[in-house]
Design a protein around this ligand. Sequence first.
Ligand SMILES: [Zn+2]
Length: 275
Amino acid sequence: MKLIRELHESLKEDSKLIIFCDNKILYDQSENSYSFAPKDLNLINQSKPFLSIALIDNCYFYVVNINKDENILGLFMDPKSINFVDLRQILGFLDQSSFLLASRASILQTWISTNGFCSICGKTNFYNENEGAFECKCNSSPKYPVISPCIITLIHDEERILLGRSKFFPSNMYSTLAGFIEAGENAEEALIREVKEEVNVDVTDIEYYSSQSWPFPAQLMLGYFCKYKSGKILLNDNELEDAKWFNVNELPIIPPDASISGQLIRSYIEGRSKL
Ligand SMILES: [Zn+2]
């Protein structure tokens, strides 16, 4: 997969479209697919240009944002199996490269739909091909896609791990803790601060695991393990509904393996089982 950021006046031959409406992605349940051939769609309302975000085996993938009142489904598309869903709902069904492309599409559709106009003078932005960014003649600051770095961490203490849940989670699902990196902070400082703010616990031995793009709306999650040092769990801010220690053999529902949270938890348990 080659990542590109190009505006095209017309769709290239053999292209595929990834379609969003109201931050939801068009998904075909029966095919477990979210990209569609233009010939199968009803594209009459689509205004040019089209944003191409990736090139896979000579096929251009475009991301398109449509209005709620547009009927994008072509004549032969079954509305019972093809509809708009929250990207979170289908995470568990996507392999790594499908997730990368869906994540990229989601982040870039937000970028294109929020940069039509200059935030300084209000005039229409133009697309600078060389920069791959939106610009206005009134200033020289290209508007690239913005990605916010976040930390996500599994706090461990031998056979127990600390997990929390937000009120938006499905019932009995608990996850690792996460938070945005503040301006001026490094990732480790953000981790220590976030953990203290969210659950009142001090941690040490921070160890990098891996990272993942997280399109809700546009984060880069930097995943870490850290070791519990001291403190009793106290929910300090309103981010979490609950947080507690779980024995690794008695876990609640945890996030799918497609998410870095699920990977951190499974990787820790796997490591423990080898001891
Ligand atoms: Zn301007």
